[in-house]
Design a protein around this ligand. Structure first.
Ligand code: ADP
Ligand code: ZN
Ligand code: MG
Length: 488
């Protein structure tokens, strides 16, 4: 589609995000929430939906939702209520899901994102707590033996649902929002946010309207978005599809659509007429959820410094560039590692450079996370001190770090084994420089007749004969002096 046409429209997006909470047991029973156990082994009368079984609320799940809601600047309601959401599906044994409806645990918050170089607040409509359903597994092909299996291990696992206002204005906004949301959840340790395992799921609502219009267009909801890339692609596809409909004088139909990642398309799943009527009503087996001031304080006291605050502190206290601070605080473990390097005595900017470039590169190559770094923070700090003291050059330092990474040895050990040390002694370097000059009268003549670039060639020669151990700055100084002192 021509950009000219696209620019006449504004895209409006709101997200509904489900986050699986990291509790050890389920929301209303004591069954384990562990992923990957043999099917139907983590079940009991409550999560199997057997008649007469009664739910008992998991306190940790509530505390976790409160932490997340506070991080999203929400109001925590002193009283909220669980509700039954009725629908029929094989993986929902009770015939209803216990969720929250008109009285959610938290509402009315915001999360700031970076969009087009400035920051803007995305409203959070509500944050509530609900239970997950089980999983159906379908096997076989049309016209052959087909079988469906049911695994109720996930039935009753706690989920937090976060709903945004329609404040996002592009697929990139949506991507940025979800990225920030995920980082916060990981900082809070309320979820592992593993998209492949379904711990983070996102449905996207999108509409388009003529630029400048104050009324919202008709929206569609896209489900099945199990990666950040798919979210962005599906929204790009969906907004173009809607613009094309409007351009052709047609209307957008309010419906639920699915993202097909193979076809890179969305397709209609159910229209409004077939929308579920969930017949919500208050859950009679659970009391209203009352949040005391103490409980809220308890949740607040468990919150770590959040990514944005940490990033600001990094730029302020360590004088880091915005970009570096953002990179370092993109994960709690990485930020923690960096601060340990600094606390062990490294200069903050040097520590940031080495952590972000050299160390992350080595980790990426060996497909390891920062938490599994074979180089502890204190060892990196030690290496950086040796470089700062000119005991070795930065260039050698990189080789040493790679060896430390592979062997788990300390910088001094690696250097001793390799016979590496920085040569800074002017006498040694002068001797090497004189030898090179004496052996190369042609280049010496060129330099002296004004071809300054020849100096680089001389530096290279001296570095070569000293096996890279000479301090390049010192080499350059000495060469300049020696070259101008040559008698013709
Ligand atoms: P529904 O009643 O269909 O569930 P809601 O009003 O509860 O719709 O909103 C669900 C989600 O859709 C929210 O994230 C909201 O921000 C978003 N949304 C609502 N209206 C629009 C719209 N016109 N365009 C894009 N997103 C919208
Ligand atoms: Zn159970
Ligand atoms: Mg709704």
């Amino acid at each position: 589609m021509a950009a000219g046409i696209r620019n006449q429209y504004e895209v409006v997006i709101g997200l509904e995000v489900h986050v699986q909470l990291l509790t050890r047991s389920k929301l209303f029973c004591g069954c384990s929430t562990r992923f990957g156990d043999p099917p139907n082994t983590n079940t009991c009368p409550v999560c199997l939906g057997l008649p007469g079984a009664l739910p008992v609320l998991n306190r940790d799940a509530v505390t976790m939702v409160m932490k997340a809601a506070l991080a999203l600047n929400c109001v925590i309601n002193p009283q909220s209520r669980f509700a039954r959401k009725n629908y029929f599906y094989p993986d929902l044994p009770k015939g209803y899901q216990i969720s929250q409806y008109d009285e959610p645990l938290a509402e009315d918050g915001w999360l700031e994102i970076e969009a087009g170089g400035s920051r803007k607040r995305i409203g959070i409509t509500r944050v509530h707590l609900e239970e997950d359903a089980g999983k159906s597994l379908h096997e076989g092909f049309p016209d052959s033996d087909r079988a469906s299996y049911i695994d109720l291990n996930r039935s009753g696992t706690p989920l937090m649902e976060i709903v945004t206002e329609p404040d996002l204005r592009s697929p990139e906004d949506a991507h940025e929002f979800l990225t920030r949301l995920k980082t916060i959840m990981l900082y809070l340790e309320v979820s592992d946010c593993n998209m492949e395992e379904g711990s983070l799921r996102c449905d996207a609502n999108a509409s388009v309207r003529r630029a400048g219009s104050a009324v919202l267009g008709t929206k569609t909801e896209v489900k099945n978005l199990n990666s950040f890339r798919f979210l962005q692609r599906a929204l790009a596809y969906e907004s173009e599809r809607q613009i094309e409909l409007l351009e052709n004088g047609q209307e957008v139909v309010q419906e639920t659509r699915l993202w097909d990642s193979r076809e890179q398309k969305t397709y209609g799943m159910r229209s409004k007429e077939f929308a579920h009527d969930y017949r919500y009503f208050p859950e009679p087996d659970l009391l209203p959820l009352v949040i005391t001031a103490d409980w809220k304080e308890e949740a607040r006291s468990q919150m770590p410094e959040l990514p944005d605050a940490r990033k600001q502190r990094f730029t302020r206290d360590y004088a880091l560039a915005d970009y570096d601070a953002a990179q370092l605080t993109s994960s709690k473990a990485l930020a923690g590692y960096y601060e340990e390097v600094v606390k062990a005595g490294a200069e903050p900017k040097q520590a940031a450079n080495w952590t972000l470039t050299e160390l992350l590169h080595l980790l990426k190559e060996s497909k390891r996370e920062i938490a599994a770094s074979p180089v502890p923070a204190a060892s990196l700090a030690e290496l950086l001190r040796l470089i700062a003291e000119d005991a070795i050059s930065g260039k050698m330092g990189k080789e040493v770090l790679a060896e430390m990474f592979n062997s788990g040895k300390s910088a001094p050990n690696v250097m001793a084994e390799k016979g590496l040390k920085q040569m800074s002694d002017p006498e040694e370097i002068t001797a090497a420089a004189r030898e090179i000059i004496a052996a190369n009268p042609k280049q010496t003549g060129q330099y002296r007749s004004g071809k300054a670039a020849t100096l680089g060639w001389f530096v290279g020669q001296v570095m070569k004969t000293t096996r890279g151990q000479a301090n390049p700055q010192v080499v350059q100084e000495i060469l300049k002096k020696e070259l101008s002192a040559v008698k013709e």
